[in-house]
Design a protein around this ligand. Sequence first.
Ligand SMILES: NC(=O)c1ccc[n+]([C@@H]2O[C@H](COP(=O)([O-])OP(=O)(O)OC[C@H]3O[C@@H](n4cnc5c(N)ncnc54)[C@H](O)[C@@H]3O)[C@@H](O)[C@H]2O)c1
Length: 318
Amino acid sequence: MAEVRTIAVIGAGIMGRGIAHAAALGGYRTILEDLLPNALRKAETEIRANLDQAVELGKVDAADADAAFSRLEYAGSIDQAAREADLVIEAVPEEMESKIEIFTMLDKICRPTTILASNTSSLSVTEIASVTYRARKCVGMHFFNPVHKMKLLEIVRALETDDDTLAAVVEVGKRMRKEVVVIKESPGFITSRINAMIGNEAFYMLQEGVASAEDIDKALKLGLNHPMGPFELVDLVGLDTRLHILEYLHKSLGEKFRPCPLLAQYVKAGRLGRKSGRGVFEYPEAAKAEDAPESAVGKKLEVIRATAQNSFPVPSDH
Ligand SMILES: NC(=O)c1ccc[n+]([C@@H]2O[C@H](COP(=O)([O-])OP(=O)(O)OC[C@H]3O[C@@H](n4cnc5c(N)ncnc54)[C@H](O)[C@@H]3O)[C@@H](O)[C@H]2O)c1
């Protein structure tokens, strides 16, 4: 099995900085790269704060936290970051063109043995891998937000991914203290596919007048032990994002994912969730913040918006 010692993370946004945190804590030399120097500065500050918090909570020893922090390096170019890496994890925005551009570059820069992973939450890793000459060394590593707290890592085996690559990233996941599930590439992986279905069914129930939104949420939380109700969750993720996912799943997996008309109607009305101040429920605070984008709250909202656009819902830690 290929031994991984150095991990490069491309993109230091919400996910990239969390992945770098987990990699460094797992004992890997970790090189974080972003186009924007400010993203790297923010990442460094945030990782330090999250490590300190983990120490305060007794989850990590102070010495381990310091050692993890000292294993982190920052790079201003992909070339600098990826040249010596055994594994590169790409975490740039969820656009196929960006992923393809990065993978094309990485394929030229990296050693032939280097594994290339994408943190995509929906796109086909097979398609991303097809632009390289090492499709068998390409794989999906779908982390959850916030990475330093969420336990799951979905590993996506693309069409050409070989056993050695898979074994190597499973080992990396374990050293990052994640519970790993391996799946064959399929639309929506496990988490997004199930979650979209539950969320859509909840909208059908609301549309049919089976119960109020509050009671549907309450029933799933108290009766089925879901940490968040489906409407709380969709308001966090963004109704437009959920609709996009359902449209993609409907196209690829068929009728059972047909988006509920009520969800589509809410989106048309601009009820997008927390980010627009109103989704299934109302968020007057967020609506006020939207009017003042320069404020600190406005910045926080940008983060929520970015999360909602890219993420599949993550209960409990949001
Ligand atoms: N946000 C979530 O909850 C979540 C959860 C699971 C998976 N994902 C996936 O993770 C990936 C990243 O999402 P995110 O939320 O961290 O996005 P983000 O917008 O917070 O961060 C992306 C970062 O990539 C940088 N970037 C853009 N182009 C780049 C390039 N060419 N080279 C280097 N850096 C570049 C940006 O400057 C930014 O800092 C996406 O594929 C997304 O679908 C996100």
